[in-house]
Design a protein around this ligand. Structure first.
Ligand code: DX5
Ligand code: ZN
Length: 222
């Protein structure tokens, strides 16, 4: 199923609760949280207390993207704060199987993300234990960067491998997505789309989310 996950990273932080509700009322399927530690990536953003406070204002699905060096250490805290899905990076310091186990034990869905320079084939050995793969279409660290179209063959490689093995997988693309390039990502086999700037800077966020969804639905090739 096609889903749009607006990245709260691009919101107005002086009214973050209202911004979350604005996205929910605009038809967002999930809300994407970009957690950065200033070590794995050169930026610091939101952490556990923000996720926890926002959980109190909404029941929408929380898609938590950890761009941190030691994700395993923080799985329980984010799960308790209200994460529904936790994504961590294959390039982090934590053991992949141990981290996936911890995420599932904490009652969340588990996903692994790969940075632009990491080949798609590196996730193949984990396909049977994951709920989602996130293929980054920018270098993680900042919102508002340009979409790297040359990441789409990696999405196709992962989708084809899942199909060949009969695995139903969510494939997410994150970074620089707009109403045009979302079609390329969907054609490559992605079905979950993160979007920060495009949605938050739109005059009408509901109209933008529905346009993104429509374009993805029309182009999607599973
Ligand atoms: C980048 C983040 C993305 C990003 C998406 O490190 O993981 O989620 O904020 O925002 P846009 O759509 O503005 O690139
Ligand atoms: Zn993200």
């Amino acid at each position: 199923m096609i889903k749009i996950s607006p990245s709260i990273l691009s919101c107005d932080y002086s009214k973050i609760g209202e911004e979350l509700l604005r996205m929910e009322n605009s038809g967002a399927d999930w809300i994407h949280f970009d957690v950065m530690d200033g070590h794995f990536v050169p930026n610091i953003t939101i952490g556990v207390p923000i996720v926890k406070s926002l959980r109190e204002v909404s029941d929408i699905f929380f898609d938590v993207h950890l761009m941190i060096s030691h994700p395993l250490k923080f799985v329980d805290a984010f799960a308790k704060a209200g994460a529904d899905l936790i994504t961590f990076h294959l390039e982090s310091e934590s053991d992949v199987r141990q981290t996936v186990d911890a995420i599932k034990k904490a009652g969340c869905k588990a996903a692994v993300s790969i940075k632009p320079k990491t080949p798609a084939s590196e996730v193949f050995e984990y396909l049977d234990i994951l709920d989602m793969i996130l293929v980054m279409s920018v270098e993680p660290g900042f919102g508002g960067q340009s979409f790297m179209a040359d990441m789409m063959p990696k999405v196709r490689e992962i989708r084809d491998e899942c199909n060949a093995r009969g695995i139903e997988m969510d494939i997410q693309v994150d970074g620089g997505i707009d109403d045009k390039n979302i079609s390329d990502a969907a054609r490559a086999g992605a079905n979950i789309f993160v979007s920060g700037n495009t949605i938050f800077s739109a005059n009408d966020s509901a109209q933008m989310i529905s346009l993104l969804k429509k374009n993805a639905q029309q182009a999607y090739v599973g």
